[in-house]
Design a protein around this ligand. Structure first.
Ligand code: ASP
Length: 304
């Protein structure tokens, strides 16, 4: 049995602000990514390759808050974070605050596969990238007018959309189980609009926004990163399964619908276990998401 799930961020645009045309574009982006990742699984590819591929496509898509199309910092830059984890070996790789890497998840994968480290930051991460033959892209590659307008709205104090809502649109992630029973998770983000002081959220933190363990499940999160770090969301879900005997659905519901709201944490997660059971839960208005398991069609959704 194999399967996978992907997300394109929680806190989707309020339904009233989302046009049908806009919705179609997001659905097309999600569909392209799940098809590519799932296609690899169908051919016997690894869960690590499937999550890497799906997240790279979402990073390349300017609609989502990861790599191209990332949100802007207060200073008008794009600082990118990403992580990946292998549930079979518990190896992991992460990068934070990179500004010239076209596909941060690919660099996180290189950190995992080709360095003795788990997490590299900023200029050091980019130096490692160059040593591995990655070509660096200019900062302008990541810019989109839409994200720039969002920064301007926040700077102008436009509360028509809360900063939280604006910021949460579009972090991307994927979780997968391959035919050999191996789980993997990956997440990539531009973080939150208007962030400063080289703030880093949960996405690249192993155990917060990203975690995979073949003994429980693989998780990728999206939402208000500070709270997700404090709640160690991804690892908590795995631990509830492994030590608390919860099903994946119960573990995910407890964390997303009880633990996070108690701390004021808005967002959601996608998760898959070793039986290809998929759990997707969010406490925000929506979450861009898609999933597919062996023998079934893909499911794509944005709102409840
Ligand atoms: N979790 C991300 C962060 O806090 C943002 C998001 O998922 O939208 O950096």
């Amino acid at each position: 049995m194999y399967g996978m799930a992907i997300h394109g961020g929680a806190g989707a645009l309020p339904r009233a602000e989302m046009s049908l045309e806009g919705e179609d574009k997001y659905r097309a982006g999600l569909s392209e990514a799940i098809d590519a990742g799932f296609g690899l699984l169908e051919c016997g590819g690894s869960s690590l390759d499937a999550v890497t591929r799906a997240v790279m496509l979402l990073e390349d898509n300017p609609l989502f808050n990861a790599a191209r199309g990332a949100v802007f910092t207060l200073e008008g830059r794009n600082e990118l974070d990403a992580a990946i984890m292998d549930g079979e070996t518990l190896r992991a790789g992460a990068v934070c605050g990179v500004t010239h890497i076209k596909n941060p998840v690919e660099l996180a994968r290189a950190v995992m596969d080709k360095s003795q480290y788990v997490m590299l930051v900023g200029a050091g991460a980019e130096e490692f990238a160059s040593s591995q033959g990655f070509s660096l892209v200019p900062e302008s590659y990541f810019h989109t007018p839409e994200r720039w307008r969002q920064l301007e709205r926040i700077l102008a104090g436009d509360l028509g959309l809360s900063p939280l809502t604006i910021s949460h649109i579009g972090t991307v992630g994927a979780v997968a189980l391959d035919a050999r029973g191996r789980l993997a998770a990956a997440t990539s983000t531009g973080g939150m609009t208007g962030k400063r002081y080289q703030r880093v959220g949960d996405s690249p933190i192993i155990g917060a926004g990203t975690y995979a363990d073949d003994r429980s499940c693989a998780v990728s999160a999206t939402g208000h990163g500070e709270i997700f770090i404090r709640a160690a969301v991804a690892h908590d879900i795995c631990a509830r399964m492994r030590f608390g005997g919860r099903s994946i659905g119960a573990a995910v519901r407890e964390v997303v619908l009880e633990e996070l709201p108690a701390l004021g944490g808005e967002g959601g997660v996608i998760a898959i276990d070793a039986n290809a059971a998929i759990a997707i839960e969010f406490n925000s208005e929506g979450m861009f998401r898609a999933s597919r398991v062996q023998g079934e069609e893909a499911k794509i959704a944005i709102y409840r």
